[in-house]
Ligand binder design. Structure first.
Ligand code: SF4
Length: 92
């Protein structure tokens, strides 16, 4: 059973990224600079109190760019497939 309510996105205000540089959450390409940005963003996500909500939101709303819930867009492709097959509930 999903625990996510798309109508209530208050969790976004609790994200560890609220005051972070948004640029690092949307790295472009696969250069070393982009990979470093992605790594920095993921480190912030790792400490985030709403990581599960963020990741589930990203999967359910097909966020196809940027770091969401500690994942890259490529990483979310397989998670999205799993989500569609099983109705996966994400717990971190
Ligand atoms: S999981 Fe990452 S992208 Fe999502 S709200 Fe938290 S810090 Fe921001």
């Amino acid at each position: 059973m999903l625990q996510f309510d798309i109508e209530h996105e208050d969790w976004m205000l609790e994200g560890a990224c609220v005051y972070a540089d948004t640029d690092i959450f949307f790295p472009v390409g696969s250069s070393m600079k982009a990979l470093k940005k992605a790594s920095e963003a993921k480190a912030i996500c790792a400490e985030c109190p709403v990581l599960s909500e963020c990741l589930e939101y990203a999967i359910r709303t097909n966020q196809d760019s940027g770091i969401w819930g500690g994942t890259t867009e490529e990483e979310r492709i397989s998670l999205r497939r799993e989500f569609r097959k099983t109705g996966l509930v994400i717990n971190h």
